[in-house]
Write a protein that binds this ligand. Sequence first.
Ligand code: GLA
Length: 343
Amino acid sequence: MTLLRARAPGRVNLIGDHTDYAGGLALPIAIDLGTTITGTRTGDVLELHSQQFDTAMALPVPIDRSVARIEPPWSRYVAAVARELGCTTGFTGTITSTLPLGAGLSSSASLELACALAFGFEGSPLELAELGQRSEFAAVGVPCGLLDQLSCAFGRLGHALLIDFSTIAIEPVTLPDDLEILVIHSGVERTLAGSAYAERREDCERAASIIGPLAECEPGAIDQLTDPIVRRRARHVITECQRVRRAVAALRSGDLPEVGRQMIASHASLREDFEVSTPELDALVDHLTAIPGVHGARVTGAGFGGCVVAITRPGVIEDPAALTGRGWRVRASGPASVETVDD
Ligand code: GLA
């Protein structure tokens, strides 16, 4: 029997949050923290042990029922992928992960893509990402966009990815050598399965039904929105897309302080207009951006807790874990992949 190893990175979004489901822009990187699944395709049961949770799952395939209630909860993602793939062959193996969970670093997308490749997915990286997105919805009901799964499926060593969600065009942007990317946990765990993420998405859809696709609107268009909350949500999306454009131009011209300023403005918008920050995230961003050599920092991912991403001159913060107990220096890494390994 062939032993397989599937690996999928997590992602950190440098700028452009809550823009994906509105057809906007984002600039994520796939990171060198991720999920690894090792095992063999065999039998007619998915038998996987998660090292992170120290629990196991055993589920017969094919899976023809809803996966939203199966136990343990982490196995819902695995089962959802197997169901989407229509797996009729089982898998015996182990899941390990270096990603913190519920931290805004796409641990679930990473698990979904690693599972899909381990279970025999065949298709394009875009199809892989879309399968992951459908699995996420089936597993936990979160109406997420494609940011996380696209980042994991298209990651490129040494590059950020400029993603235009209106066309799913992905353009790699070279990261300069004198840039360090840090991810620091705020200490607040979050889950998106609650209603707040879906509510934000609905607010954006209401705005778009009145003023058209938000990513194409000028900031003045929000004057037509009478509901103050919907207006603020729309303003975030419209201005966030502008900030992504500015950050990419600055990155390309090597103006890292300007990239940092766009990140700081993005955080303010996510805090004030989109209301997805927390006092802990705000305090961390304030603390980091006061350190000389830190170009910028912002909440990354969905928010409501989780991590801050910061960009710095090399060596400015020696130990990113020292600040809150959990932090990482991350590098832009390659995409999800699967290989056969010798026993
Ligand atoms: C989560 C979702 C993504 C995206 C981000 C916010 O990570 O899964 O689709 O909406 O939040 O940018």
